[in-house]
Ligand binder design. Sequence first.
Ligand code: PLP
Length: 441
Amino acid sequence: MTHPDELLALDRRHVWHPFTQAKTAPDSVLIRSGKGAVVYGADGKEYLDLVSSWWVNLHGHAHPYIADAIAEQAHKLEQVIFAGLTHEPAVRLAQRLTSLLPDDLNRVFYSDDGSTAVEVALKLALQYWRNLGRPERRRYLAFEGGYHGDTVGAMSVGVSSGFYAPFEDLLFEVDVLPFPETWEGDAAVAEKEDRCLSALEAYIDRRGDETAAAIIEPLVQGVGGMRMCRAEFLQALVQKLRAAGGLVIFDEVMTGFGRTGDLFACLKAGVTPDLICLSKGLTAGFLPLAATVCRDPIYEAFLDTGFDKAFAHGHSFTANPLGCAAGLASLDLLMKEETRARIAAIEARHRKHMARLAHHPKVTRPRVTGTIAALNVEVEDSGYAAAIGPRLKAFFLENGLLLRPLGEVIYFLPPYCISDSQLDRSYDTLERALTTLTPHM
Ligand SMILES: *Cc1c(COP(=O)(O)O)cnc(C)c1O
């Protein structure tokens, strides 16, 4: 085995890490293995993975049930071209996903990751209207603070997330509406929602006939800072958009597969989108795979005797059998009674601790949706680049917690196998961080 120091030296020499300013970033932590909610450093240190490794892990690291399913599939069929051919894992996963999703969300288009799932949804929406002879419906509506991925279309609809200054010239024009961010004890929530819905009405009067689709992260905006909204708002929003004729895309790349307490945020909110984007938790964090699921009428608008109306889009690894096998195995675990119980228990634990932290002088906007809990730390500068972010991250790592504050926003988004005592310990460390780090500011 290569010595850890040598690996880290090679990493520094040859590897480019995502969302990282290598000149100032601390050295990467070399991870050797993982089990349950814990990953193990090469130096023997343990880190509790409170961010589910960028929100992908559901059932813990290296879960043997999923690892076995992938290994078994790899010995049978690792990959096959998906145009003109098909295979059992892809068919069964599509059948299972659509049986869990509401109404006539019946048709699955596979791709590779959250960004591609979003690109597929955006392209499907545009071509849907073109196929129906309505090419003037070509505009997209998005929401302030929304994030949808780092490819060009996904950046365009996520323009307000603020990460894309170098690429602005590339982005297509998108209409952006306010998002009624709320938290526990927020007295102004109804007022904020009214303001957002009025802005939507004004937009619909002006541009409703030109809208191809609106895209939103339902209930929780992830990268934007775990900004939460109420189900009531989503219901009103979808109703107004429908009345105006535009399609509704739910980007559930982060919120899918139990994160919000229900299987999907659309189920929790009681609304059905026209298209839904799924990835991250789809394979429980084992392999990259994504699905864009659409309602029957959308699929039907692509059917014709010629190729012109077909969706000319595909990726080399579309419906990779290993990813689909992992997805099926993950759903087996997710649907278990004990997993559902853990999800409910995590939410209850979050609520208990957040109710206490709400009184902390440095804490604002405590909020919980399902297994996701977040708060803002009171600081002078705010936003993704807030100075407190790296200091908090370093403190947590030092104390064995894998956390990645979004600027001044600290959040927990743990795998469902995390125990109550692991969560309690995490909240204790969080409180120590607040005491230790904030007086200096
Ligand atoms: C992470 C994320 C994406 C992008 O997914 P990638 O797999 O990183 O391309 C898109 N939408 C949301 C809501 C996300 O959280």
